[in-house]
Design a protein around this ligand. Sequence first.
Ligand SMILES: [Zn+2]
Length: 348
Amino acid sequence: MTILKKAPLKSLAFKSLLLAALPTGVALAIGAAGSITWARPAKPDPAKAIVPGGAAMLKAGKYKDAAAYFKKASENHPGSATLQYYLGMSHIYNSQTAEAELPLSRAVVLTTDNTPVHKQAADMLLKYRRIQPYSCMQKCLRPPKSARWNRKQMPLMIYVSDGKMLPKVFDDALLSKEELNAVGNWAKNPSFVGRLSPSQLYRPEYKSAITDGFKQWQWAINERVIDYRFTADATKADILVFWCNELRGLDGWTYLPLSKAGDVHPAVIMMSLQRAQGPTQPIYKQRISVVAAHELGHALGLEHSPNKEDLMYYGTNHTGIPSNGDRATVRALYSASTDYVFPLTSKQ
Ligand SMILES: [Zn+2]
């Protein structure tokens, strides 16, 4: 169902749309003579030279031409969130709101929260599609970058250990990039996992709690957005799940293989067994499923959402079920050109 009516659409203030949609650090001024000047370019953006041509078509009411123009431009420069935004807006002007959903969602996913493109695309999606995707720019990186797995190499292979803990030095600690790479390299050795000891707090049913949580992503497999399988072979896994007794009060933590180009490493999900003791023990199995669903989202490249109803909400009180916002975000991320595209360890 579309919620768009033609009348309010035409009343969109066109100039404010243009001004609001520009990338961070760039200001567009349309002078009296129609000349366009760009100030303070943050970095070379192909959209800078391309947008004015399509914007003129939109201004002249040639919405179909503008859509074709921005479609071609975004194919030539798939990493430009600004071009995705304008492609989406061309569809909106054409009253094709369903077609606008994916490009506008990509514009949201590929930008940080504070940028004009992000805010404007998010407003349009809420208004015309009633969805709220969120940024997937990895905040641990400076500047933040987007990341996902190589979709063509899927299925991802996921190894869930039977309560095995990483060497003692990693208990209650967050891994550095070097340590994460070391773990990834060790895991390629067939004897590594066999040498690890299981946690005393671990119970066999916790493994099925993990797989139950991961099944929350079955819809994305059905839609052919992603694909994964479980494997008993840690040496051929793209995502490794290990356990620890304490994790600085956290329930789980996911490390993406954000190593330098050419390196191929698995992602690592650490699950804390801290709540598997004391008064929280009876409800811990259910808790694992909720945490596991959230951590797999991170392992797929999702960042935290500011929206309470989302599985990827940064608070601990999320539902454990992907919302429409989570779904729109995954669809956009896995159809976008991201800064990182992780090769699959299992396909090397
Ligand atoms: Zn999280």
